[in-house]
Ligand binder design. Structure first.
Ligand code: 2F8
Ligand code: CA
Length: 136
């Protein structure tokens, strides 16, 4: 059912790679309407699955900044591991260009692929939805 609607299964989650660009917040609203969130990334294998499927095209992921301290957090409430996530940033990122880059996309086809960018940009995006067959 979900596969026929374009969702891809990887390690107990379904992922939806959009074909229509949206701002980061509109993308998250779309994901919510499909019982999902913009994707978190918590392992090398997940990062590899995502950048390979993205194929060098920019996609929003579910990482954004909160509060006056500007700490990164995952919109799906997965705890953000700053140390383990260091290797996923593109070289020189995050650079908060123009003091206005508070949302993150997959930019490069590489383990080091994340870039912070303005949340107002319209980009393709990736939703993630937990799914374990035995739970159904
Ligand atoms: O060189 C990295 C730099 O490239 C762009 O700015 C020129 C990106 N801007 C957007 O994607 C909007 C920066 O985020 C990025 O750091
Ligand atoms: Ca940047």
């Amino acid at each position: 059912q979900m596969v026929s609607q374009g969702w891809k299964y990887f390690k107990e989650n379904f992922y939806y790679f959009s074909h229509v660009p949206k701002t980061w917040y509109s993308a998250q609203q779309f994901c919510k309407s499909r019982n999902s969130d913009l994707t978190s990334v918590t392992s090398d294998s997940e990062q590899e699955f995502l950048y390979k499927t993205a194929g060098g095209i920019f996609f929003w992921i579910g990482l954004t900044k909160a509060g006056s301290e500007g700490e990164w957090y995952w919109v799906d409430n997965t705890p953000f591991n700053k140390v383990q996530s260091m290797k996923f940033w593109s070289p020189g990122e995050p650079n908060n260009l123009g003091n206005n880059e508070h949302c993150v996309n997959l930019k490069m086809s590489s383990l080091q692929s994340w870039n912070d960018a303005s949340c107002d940009h319209q980009l393709l995006f990736i939703c993630k939805r937990h799914y374990i067959p035995s739970e159904q």
